[in-house]
Design a protein around this ligand. Structure first.
Ligand code: CA
Length: 235
């Protein structure tokens, strides 16, 4: 039974690979940039034929597949991929179209996401599907004295459990996925609270302060402030 091609010999495969199949260039590029920033290796395809070719050539760990494609539609592509390889598929469907969702799941998709969607929703679903498939290499994040379990949502510092609110946890997870990167307040606001967040403009600062207090980081050596720019987790 054909499955994905083995990687060329000697090739390092330490990043999770995602194939995006979408004919709308703006969505394709937006998702690609976001996923690359999150540390995934990304390839794209604009139609079904290209998608099947990329599944063979690139050997993705997961496929994000738009239902509405020119030529072969997403359902057909989904069935074709299923015939060739056992890899997770997340289907993008129109909002509220129950038939599309049912058809997508029947065609073998592991999950679906209605359009329009926020990047963080897609990212959360990708991580959940990868986790279920046992492919989430980033389940246990370790940076310096910190350990964060993305599945049990438990955080420890030097082995001692730290109780965080859901937002504080999300913020710390994001910092721990990008250690030694300077993350701007805008990036953090966008990723954790969403683009359409309206509310206290100091929400990032407030949560960083709370995190520091709970992590015993009074001297700000763990979460550093980069003046006028944002924050950086040292590690
Ligand atoms: Ca489309």
């Amino acid at each position: 039974m054909p499955s994905r091609d083995p990687s060329p010999e000697g090739e390092q495969r330490n990043k999770t690979r995602i194939l995006i199949v979408e004919d709308e260039e703006t969505i394709r590029d937006f998702v690609r940039l976001g996923l690359e920033y999150e540390g995934f290796e990304v390839e794209t395809a604009g139609d079904g034929q290209q998608a099947l070719e990329q599944v063979r050539r690139f050997g993705p760990d997961l496929v994000v597949l738009d239902l509405m494609l020119p030529g072969m539609d997403g359902l057909e592509v989904c069935r074709e991929i299923r015939r060739r390889a056992a890899l997770p598929i997340i289907m993008l469907t129109a909002r509220g179209e129950v038939d599309d969702r049912v058809a997508g799941l029947e065609a073998g998709a592991d999950d679906y996401l209605p359009k329009p969607f926020k990047f963080k929703e897609l990212l959360a679903r990708i991580r959940a599907v990868l986790r279920r498939a046992g492919l989430d290499q980033g389940r246990l994040l370790r940076v310096g004295p910190l350990t964060l379990d993305t599945q049990t949502r438990q955080v420890t510092r030097n082995g001692r459990t730290v109780d965080l609110t859901p937002r504080e946890f999300d913020l710390l997870e994001h910092l721990m996925r990008h250690p030694r990167w300077v993350l701007t307040r805008e990036q953090l606001l966008d990723r954790i609270w969403g683009m359409d967040y309206v509310g206290d403009a100091n929400v990032v600062e407030v949560h960083i302060s709370a995190l520091r207090a709970k992590l015993g980081d009074a001297d700000r050596q763990l979460i550093r402030t980069v003046r006028g720019v944002g924050y950086m987790l040292s590690g």
